[in-house]
Ligand binder design. Structure first.
Ligand SMILES: [Zn+2]
Ligand SMILES: [Zn+2]
Length: 128
């Protein structure tokens, strides 16, 4: 077991607050720096990798080229703001019905899917 470090503790705290649904390494690094004063990329990266190995986190790819990490939980979809990049959870699976249709179109037994909705978050749409 690696020695617990203030960075590891702070990364865990941030992920647990749910203040933000999913975090990129850069976002975690910026928040850890603002609470601890300093932190380097590699210690944040190590903390995240350790939590991912332990099964506490899932890595998600929303198609914009950045990996994000979230606490492991039941299957859900995501929506990402096209203006500010904010990511939120769509708390239900909206695609259960689509699996039957995909099956009849392709013959595949559908076991998973990954969907990202795009849009404008409340704050960005209020700014219009
Ligand atoms: Zn936005
Ligand atoms: Zn999520």
């Amino acid at each position: 077991m690696p020695r617990p470090s203030p960075v590891t503790d702070e990364v865990r705290r941030l992920l647990e607050t749910q203040e933000q649904h999913a975090w990129s390494i850069d976002e975690l690094l910026a928040s850890v720096r603002s609470s601890l004063g300093s932190a380097d990329y590699s210690s944040v990266f190590r903390a995240v990798s350790q939590f991912e190995r332990e099964g506490m986190l899932d890595r998600i790819d929303l198609g914009d080229g950045r990996s994000r990490f979230e606490m492991r939980e039941d299957h859900h979809e995501h929506i990402r703001c096209e203006r500010c990049g904010r990511v939120e959870e769509v708390p239900v699976c909206v695609l259960d019905d689509a699996s039957a249709q995909v099956h009849s179109l392709t013959g595949f037994k559908v076991t998973s899917h990954r969907v990202v909705f795009g849009g404008l978050c409340k704050e960005c749409s209020a700014r219009d």
